[in-house]
Design a protein around this ligand. Structure first.
Ligand code: FAD
Ligand code: S2G
Ligand code: ZN
Length: 474
């Protein structure tokens, strides 16, 4: 692997020596210091868009071991890359050069579940799906759900402030995470754990670690408030003729379903086609230009069904919705969710390469960017599609093609970011900045804000060893 694969230079960090390996093996037992071919999967991201050449992956089991490792790496000026489930989509979770990978895979204990307050305490490396099934046993649910749940860590979710499929109901992780334990670049253990929603004692430091993508500290444990799992869940899958109808149906859903609304997703025809073609999915309704997945989660099936049927009747009567199904059968609900959750995966695999944009836009100008992008790339791309969390004004714009193509790249970037910035949107709604979007941060943050971020980074990581080349522009 040549060193000059990216348009940036490797920072002035130390290179690994035998002494370093010996030191790592004195902190961790030998089989938790991976080298050689064992590091392969840790050097390439899920999108296969960034490939590092780190020769060591450390797998600590305790906060103290993370502290020892960071203290040592900081004293040696060795750059590190914190890694969770490696499902990130902005190139933030793998080394760019030879950074030491610190994997949280072995820190996956679920420590404590308080079924009265719903507060759950766990290590950062707990896999989201495992955490979900554990808390379900106590009648709780994790206030976050995303297609990567089988691999992503709750610590990675907190580090990227992941949004996901239920943010409209449960809000984002800045609100549901009650406490964080993190290790800073110098190895200092910052215990900001709290089992309470309310704690107004000084500056709210935990928010520095939530969403900072491993650039300000390594999250080792956290506590999160898990709501009571709903007894009555219904999923509707609707077919619509235009984006305007989608937007108005969303409005009607909020009015008619109110507090039981737990997810509102939009999928265009191309996105659904792609998902079903790659994964053999079967849409329960005919082909439409637009689809909506609307989920309700309440406490009384009869009441909820009544509300839902009233909403569907109104939506069909006003011909906002042309066709649709609604179900509370777990198997049928799962199949409908799988069609939605697999879109990301299908887009990467159907053609070979996919340019992905995760943007927040005002709902009145939410879908136009899809035809506008199609216009710009013409038949250079196999197809352009849009889907996402319309309930959070978050669109996933994807441009699929055979392989990376400079002409498409130039046609889309910075067009997509300028378009988003003009509408005062966000150039990264939920996936974060990572490695890919540092130079676009300026489209969503003022120079003063970026300068302030750099001051905070300077204070918390003076040697710049935590996830360098990520989040902040050089
Ligand atoms: P990684 O990918 O390993 O790391 C992500 C970032 O966090 C990196 O910068 C890494 O350095 C840092 N990091 C990881 N763990 C820690 C830690 N303990 N301490 C400090 N820093 C850490 N994202 C959404 O927001 N919403 C979605 O709906 C969504 N759907 C997805 C669907 C699919 C199929 C896939 C593949 C991804 C999806 N994602 C989504 C993106 C991704 O799953 C999220 O960003 C997720 O939060 C990453 O978690 P992870 O454990 O895989 O972290
Ligand atoms: C989702 C996944 C990534 C993408 O499925 O909600 O966050 O842009 C996305 O396809
Ligand atoms: Zn998403």
């Amino acid at each position: 692997l040549t060193k000059d694969r990216y348009p940036i230079q490797r920072g002035q960090y130390a290179e690994l020596s035998d002494k370093d390996y010996a030191q790592f093996e004195s902190i961790l037992d030998k089989n938790r210091v991976l080298t050689g071919s064992d590091t392969q999967g840790h050097n390439i991201d899920w999108l296969r868009s960034v490939r590092g050449y780190s020769n060591v992956v450390l797998k600590p089991k305790t906060t103290e071991e993370v502290s020892e490792i960071l203290k040592y790496c900081n004293s040696r000026k060795l750059a590190v890359c914190p890694q969770g489930g490696n499902t990130g989509l902005v190139g933030g979770s793998v080394p760019v050069f030879d950074e030491v990978v610190i994997s949280l895979n072995s820190m996956n204990k679920i420590e404590y579940i308080d079924e009265y307050s719903g507060i759950v305490t766990c290590q950062a490396g707990a896999i989201l799906e495992n955490l979900e099934s554990k808390v379900q046993e106590k009648g709780l649910c994790v206030p976050l759900d995303l297609g990567a749940k089988g691999s992503c860590h709750i610590g990675g979710n907190v580090s990227t402030n992941a949004g996901g499929l239920r943010l409209i109901r449960y809000g984002n992780l800045h609100g549901s995470v009650t406490g964080v334990e993190a290790v800073t670049a110098t190895g200092q253990i910052m215990n900001l754990m709290s089992n309470f929603k309310k704690d107004n004692t000084g500056y709210h430091l935990k928010h520095l670690f939530i969403g900072s993508e491993g650039s300000l500290g390594i999250i080792t444990r956290l506590s999160i408030q898990c709501p009571t799992a709903s007894k009555a869940v219904n999923v509707s899958f609707l077919g619509l003729n235009s984006y305007d109808d989608v937007m108005n149906t969303f409005l009607m859903a909020k009015k008619e379903l109110g507090e039981i609304l737990s997810s509102v997703e939009m999928i265009d025809e191309v996105s659904l086609n792609c998902s079903n073609k790659v994964f053999n999915g079967q849409s329960p309704i005919d082909v439409f230009p637009f689809y909506m997945l609307i989920e309700t989660s309440g406490s009384n099936q009869a009441h909820d069904e009544e509300k839902l049927n009233e909403f569907l009747r109104k939506a069909m009567e006003s011909s906002l919705v042309i066709d649709g199904v609604t179900t509370n059968e777990p198997g049928k609900m799962r199949n409908i969710w799988l069609m939605r959750e697999r879109i990301a995966d299908s887009l990467i695999n159907i053609e070979g390469y996919c340019f992905k944009y995760d943007i927040s836009l005002p709902l009145t100008h939410f879908y136009e960017i899809v035809p506008a992008t199609k216009e710009r790339v013409g038949d250079l791309a196999s197809f352009v599609c849009g889907y996402g969390h319309i309930g959070d004004s978050n669109l996933h714009l994807n441009v699929a093609c055979k392989n990376f193509n400079q002409e498409i790249y130039k046609a889309i970037e910075p067009f997509v970011f300028e378009y988003t910035s003009k509408l005062k949107g966000s150039i990264s709604a939920e996936h974060g900045i990572g490695f890919h979007k540092t130079k676009y941060l300026k489209y969503s943050k003022t120079p003063e804000a970026i300068a302030f971020m750099k001051q905070i980074k300077e204070l918390m990581d003076p040697n710049g060893i935590l996830n360098p080349y990520k989040v902040l522009p050089l």
